[in-house]
Structure formats: C-alpha cells, structure tokens
Design a protein around this ligand. Sequence first.
Ligand SMILES: Cc1cc2nc3c(=O)[nH]c(=O)nc-3n(C[C@H](O)[C@H](O)[C@H](O)COP(=O)(O)OP(=O)(O)OC[C@H]3O[C@@H](n4cnc5c(N)ncnc54)[C@H](O)[C@@H]3O)c2cc1C
Length: 330
Amino acid sequence: MTPTTHHTATDPTLHDVVVVGGGAAGLSAAVTLARSLRDVVVVDAGEPRNAPAAGAHNLLGREGVSPLALLEAGRAEARAYGAQVRDGRVASVARTDDGFTLTLTDGGVLTARRLVLATGLVDELPDVPGVRELWGTHVLHCPYCHGYEVRGRWIGVLGTSPNALHQTLLLRQLSDDVTLFLHESPEPDDEGWEQLAALGVRVVTGRVREVARDGECLRAVVLEDGHVFPVNAVAVQPRFVARTELYEQLGGEVTEHPFGSFITRDPAGATTVPGVWAAGNAGDLTAMVGAAAAQGVMAGAAINADLVQEDVRSAVAARRRSLTSTGAAS
Ligand SMILES: Cc1cc2nc3c(=O)[nH]c(=O)nc-3n(C[C@H](O)[C@H](O)[C@H](O)COP(=O)(O)OP(=O)(O)OC[C@H]3O[C@@H](n4cnc5c(N)ncnc54)[C@H](O)[C@@H]3O)c2cc1C
C-alpha cells in the first residue's frame, strides 16, 4: 500500500491534525484520519496507563493482548496509512491564525489545523507503602480489567473513598473471600452494613500501615496496630486525573468529578475549545481500551468532516473570487 496524503493547506508544514498521545484513543484517531488521506502526526510520550498490566482484557478479538504489543501494532497500522508517529512529549500549545503551534520538550515544533488530545489520565494512588510498587499487578482498581484473574482468591479492598463499598460489592461477585479495610473511607450507612453482612464480607476498621510484599509478590495488608491479614490482591480507588495541561493552555476549563477531573466533550469528542477534540481517558474517566479506541475513531471522523467543510468553504470562496475577477456570472 502506498498511501497518498492530500495536503489541502497552502503551508506544507501545516499538518491537518496533530494527535497528542499515542494510546488506544490517539492511534485510533490517527488511523481514521490517515484513511481519509489526512496529514496526521501522533506525538506520544510512551506512558500508556495500563503499561504495568500483563494483558488488556474485554477487548474483542485481542483478548489478553499485551498492552504495549497492542500499541506497537496500532503504530504500525497508522504508519501503513501514512500517519507519522513520533516519540516525544508536547510541552505547550498556542493558537495561531491557521490552527495551533505545538512545542515539544525536545525543542521540536509542529503546526496543525486541528488538535486531538488523547493524553490519557494519571491514576493518583493512595499513599500507602507497597501500593505503587504492586500497582497493575497485585494492586488493582477495576473488576473488569483484572477481577477475573483474581477470582476465588483472598481480596482486600483498601478504602479511601465512598466508592469502596461499591467496589467491594463488585469484587464479591468474583470471590467468596473479600475484606473491606475501611482505612480512610467513610463508614457504610445502615444499608451498606446490611449488604456487607448479607454477603459475608469481612470489614476491618483502623488504618492500614502497608501493603506488605516479598519483592514482586503481595503478602498481606498490615494495619497500623500491627494486625496482619494475608491477601492475594488489593483493590484501591485511585483519583483519576486527566492530563489537561494543554487544554488549559488553550483556555479550556477542566471538569471536576468526585472520582477525578477530565475534559468535557460532546459524543464525537469536540471540546468547548474550537478545533480541539478529546478522546479516551482525557475526556472520559471510565473509558476502557475498547471505548477509548472507539472515541478515537469518532473524533477522527468528526475532524475529517469538519476539515471537509472548511475546505469546501475555501474552495467556494476561491471560485467566487476567480469568477468575479474574470467578470463571469456565478
Ligand atoms: C493497571 C491498569 C490495567 C488496565 N487494564 C485494562 C484492561 O484489561 N482492559 C481495558 O479495556 N482497559 C484496561 N485499563 C484501562 C486502560 O488503561 C485505558 O482504557 C486506556 O489506556 C485509555 O487509553 P487512552 O488512549 O485514553 O490513554 P493512554 O493509554 O493512557 O495513552 C495516553 C498516551 O498519551 C501520552 N501522553 C500524555 N501526555 C502527553 C504529551 N503531553 N505529549 C505526548 N504524549 C503524551 C502518554 O504517554 C500515553 O502514551 C487498565 C488501566 C490500568 C491502570
């Protein structure tokens, strides 16, 4: 396949689209745009959120694929259609007459007519020793991402938010042995206590001192009072903080949510900042890989349509000018 990218702008260095972030969302947007013969560049800092996990689950046709292998395949697919995929980090962005100028931390500069922010989110983890070290392997947050892998095992829930109760009930579906460590989460209300009791969930009050491990292996949850509870997996409730710095530099306002913060967008990904789309976890804290990829496709299609409209307007205006200058009737 020899892809032919159509440059519609007069400035050859002005790309149609720069996609910031080359995870599932950004690469899917790039494939969609490149397949519409758009000149698209992906800049990716190479830190996909699920990198610590052995496999990506709930992904039809690629069930359990290594997260990094999936993105390598995605990069190859985008490049095969003519997209550029570049390792790097975008440090800043500014609006110009034509669109946007992006400056990379390596000093590189890119200009584009439209922008996709597919920068993902940061999982802010509870500040308990052992949590960060075992994150994505034995410390988990999502019953759908890793729950099946720990089915039937001893699961501890490290409570840090009101969502601990809901998470506990979901994990109880996967194991008969679930312990809720209240730690910093609020006490359940009467209904919550009743639900936990009915399902046989052990509830431990008191603060957790550490998630104890032997190297890469999880051993136990240890309370500040010294009590030790052997577990095979620990669930936590991170705060999900979308990477919104670039959006804010363009005047975008970040939306706060009890679970974190994100970029508000319409169903096709358009944000309130003209010319800027968001896809994946940057604009949706709950998007798993499949949903993030779908949002990338939607954003790519919407941007292509938007550029088509702009190009049609330019073509019509140019035709009218030419007819006027030659004195012909339009
Ligand atoms: C431990 C763990 C396990 C998971 N397991 C699963 C699972 O099994 N199945 C599932 O469907 N989902 C899973 N998820 C969720 C999954 O990680 C997300 O759905 C997915 O990563 C979202 O894709 P994204 O493209 O929005 O963001 P990401 O994959 O996080 O990609 C964002 C990319 O943007 C880059 N970036 C950010 N800022 C910049 C910048 N300024 N310049 C350049 N690049 C930048 C980052 O480096 C990163 O490469 C898991 C999450 C975690 C934390």
